[in-house]
Ligand binder design. Structure first.
Ligand code: SF4
Ligand code: SF4
Length: 174
């Protein structure tokens, strides 16, 4: 943004002539020093670029061009903010979906383990090994050994579920 090198002498001649009751001298300062939030707060968007302030300015500051450029900068900033919010929202939705799926998987696992424990308690045969990593065939294990493995698996699943729930509530708070 450029002006004609003349300083604003704070004469306020530009203030009473503004048909939108804006503060052109303030808007000039905010625009000049890229204080975009302040320019927005002082309603730069309401400026119609009528040129009345510029005509009244003894320093012959190119106020209209300066305000026009600042409006473009504000629009660009708004657009960038909206895009950032959009992508943040998409990221949070994706995270929530992943956590939801992982929780559902842990719940299914937990239900299966509970069913297995129940079957063992009732003396029914357990069809598969508790863990894929187990090296001892299920048939070679004692019921106590199987029960201990199931209990450990239930604990692991519960811990994983609790961790996921913590992650979920942490994401919702942030
Ligand atoms: S150009 Fe904008 S700030 Fe200046 S007098 Fe017109 S409406 Fe007011
Ligand atoms: S008329 Fe010009 S010099 Fe006077 S306060 Fe407004 S912008 Fe500054």
């Amino acid at each position: 943004m450029s002006d004609n090198g003349q300083p604003c002498i704070r004469c306020d001649f530009c203030v009473p002539v503004c048909p939108e009751a804006l503060q052109p001298q303030q808007l000039y300062a905010f625009s000049r020093f890229q204080q975009h939030d302040q320019a927005r707060r002082f309603d730069l968007a309401q400026c119609t670029e009528c040129g009345a302030c510029e005509a009244a300015c003894p320093s012959r500051l190119p106020l209209v061009a300066i305000f026009h450029d600042e409006k473009l900068a504000l629009q660009a900033q708004q657009q960038a903010d909206a895009e950032a919010a959009h992508w943040q929202q998409r990221f949070e939705r994706h995270q929530a979906r992943q956590t939801h799926d992982a929780l559902a998987q842990q719940e299914r696992k937990l239900r299966k383990l509970q069913a297995k424990t129940q079957a063992l308690a009732e003396g029914k045969p357990v069809s598969r090994p508790v863990s894929a990593n187990t090296e001892t065939p299920i048939a070679a294990k004692s019921p106590a050994q199987i029960q201990a493995e199931i209990a450990a698996a239930v604990e692991r699943t519960r811990a994983r579920k609790a961790a996921l729930q913590n992650d979920k509530s942490g994401t919702q708070k942030s």
